[in-house]
Design a protein around this ligand. Structure first.
Ligand code: CA
Length: 537
């Protein structure tokens, strides 16, 4: 059984030296270091600190940040897909202002970003892992090593990276482990006379949800509870949602559900990195880039499960309901095994901070670019303005500033990250950033005039047969506007939700006369935000 790498690779002597050095730095500068642990598509309900009694899995290391710091219960993105969320974090601006409105948009590398502003203020900055935007980073950070391949996602096994020097290299092992090891190595080797920003960015648990071999046995033989709305007919929702290609029960991709041919039934030399040949043969692409040893262990896990399901199917033992829920069970178990690997690696990072003496003066954040539908409304993927997908995890530990054990309900957004990091470093926040510094909230005082609503705008209407989506969410209500579909001629369509009475957003009350005044107020709020953020679309 392959084992999780440990910090034992880092010599005790080096740690002792680092401890002495970091104590000295702390004395020289009170500017805190910032470690951002960032994952991709991580749904709140798969973090036990969020899910509480309803938890389907346990994430003790991520939860440790909530116990020793704060967990934000209303943390949102402004555009629920990978690249726009990352651009909003770097710039502190909404999509229409930073230019990354869809996953196909070009990133303007010359615009104002917090890492360069912190660099000017004496910080050393690094990003390792998933970047996804194009072009690849250049001088956005003092150091970077960026996942490449698979549309910028990178592979789970033996991933390719573009190095700081611009070379493409393959690193042997499992993506989340490698990114963590490289992040620890960078922190260990950094210029210890400067404070640092380390952005450790996992590709996981993004589709195609490939867990590390050590986690394959987790959740075996168990059924994960299916969300109540999995079989919903969505009659309470916009008619556009009946036309999306986000239906989980229809998912059939072999590389996602791991239903590919069993060992010995195909002819592809393993470990030759020949994805084209795998495609020609109709095999999952990962068959071509796992090593023979990895693939053998992979097959040993999945083949018997696939054979058993095929046998039961052939003998008519699989009910219609089980068939519809099969993709959910398959996807969810692998997703949770990926999340477990993230949590194990968050543990390694926290252990490293403890052992190196950096923990005291380092802000640690766990977040993810957006949430993810795991069967809610029968959906997979993200994009919609539903709380499930609009939510980003946000847990923060900052000894001496953030009081431990807090649950904070103030509404925050990814545009707030950049102003916050600048503020904690004593750098003036540029007036053209859309976000607000969280420093007062982190210090225990939510300002009286803190935002009353958050703005959302999704523009990638070429994908998943969706229209564009604009929304405003207040403490209690959410107004959603669907418009500009590429082929469907429904025109503009609206939803209104009472989140107190209908927290899972099943029944729009847009046409309910009892909500006429709420509707009026929310339309006013939407227009106010459009003016404030100078929205033109
Ligand atoms: Ca994502």
């Amino acid at each position: 059984m392959p084992r999780l790498p440990t910090t034992s690779a880092i010599s005790t002597l080096a740690l002792l030296g680092l401890f002495a050095a970091s104590a000295l730095v702390a004395a020289q500068s009170d500017k805190p270091n910032i470690l951002i642990i960032f994952s991709d598509d991580h749904a709140l309900r798969t973090i036990s600190a969020y899910a509480g009694e309803d938890a389907v899995n346990q994430t003790p290391n991520i939860d440790r940040l909530a116990e020793e710091g704060a967990i934000f219960t209303r943390s949102f993105c402004g555009n629920s897909i990978c690249q726009p969320s990352r651009a909003a974090i770097l710039t502190g601006k909404h999509s229409h202002k930073n230019g990354v409105m869809t996953n196909g948009s070009a990133w303007n590398p010359n615009q104002q970003i917090f890492t360069r502003l912190l660099g000017d203020a004496g910080y050393q900055t690094a990003m390792i892992g998933k970047w996804h935007m194009h072009p690849f980073p250049s001088d956005e950070f003092d150091y970077h090593k960026t996942l490449t391949g698979m549309g910028g996602q990178g592979r789970y096994y033996n991933p390719e990276f573009v190095t700081f020097e611009g070379e493409t290299v393959i690193e042997a092992g499992y993506s989340t482990d490698i990114i963590t090891t490289e992040s620890i190595e960078w922190m260990e080797g950094r210029d210890a006379s400067k404070p640092f920003v380390m952005m450790c960015q996992f590709k996981s648990p993004h589709t195609n949800v490939m867990p590390p071999l050590r986690n394959l046995d987790m959740f075996n033989g168990k059924d994960i509870p299916v969300p109540e709305s999995y079989h919903s007919d969505r009659s309470g929702r916009s008619k556009y949602l009946g036309h999306t290609w986000m239906q989980m029960s229809g998912m059939a991709a072999k590389d996602v559900l791991k239903t590919g041919p069993s060992a010995g039934s195909y002819d592809l030399p393993a470990g030759e990195l020949n994805a084209d040949r795998a495609k020609e043969l109709g095999l999952p692409g990962f068959y071509s880039y796992m090593t023979p040893e990895q693939l053998a262990e992979w097959h040993a896990h999945y083949d018997p499960i696939n054979e058993e399901y095929a046998r039961r199917l052939a003998e008519g033992q699989v009910s219609k309901q089980e068939r519809l829920e099969f993709p959910y069970q398959r996807y969810m178990k692998d997703y949770l095994r990926c999340v477990a690997a993230i949590d194990q690696n968050v543990g390694r990072l926290l252990e490293y901070l403890d052992a190196s003496g950096l923990a005291e003066n380092t802000i640690v954040i766990y977040s993810s670019d957006q949430g993810f539908f795991l069967g809610e409304n029968g959906f997979t993927d993200k994009r919609l303005a539903d709380d499930v997908t609009m939510s980003m995890p946000f847990l923060i530990r900052w000894p001496g500033v953030v009081a431990p054990g807090q649950r904070i309900d103030a509404m925050i957004q990814n545009i707030d990250y950049a102003p916050t990091f600048l503020d904690v470093a004593g750098v003036e926040v540029p007036a053209d950033m859309d976000g607000k510094s969280l420093l007062p909230i982190l210090s225990g005082e939510t300002p009286d005039d803190w935002r009353a609503s958050v703005y959302y705008h999704y523009y990638h209407n070429a994908a998943y047969n969706l229209p564009k989506i604009e929304a405003v969410r207040s403490d209690r209500y959410k107004l959603v506007r669907y418009y500009d579909h590429q082929t469907l001629k429904f025109g503009e369509d609206w939803e209104l939700f009472d989140l107190e009475k209908d927290p899972t957003e099943q029944q729009s009350v847009y046409s309910n006369p009892e909500y006429a005044s709420v509707l009026k107020q929310m339309k006013r709020e939407l227009n106010k935000l459009r003016d404030q953020y100078e929205v033109v679309d």
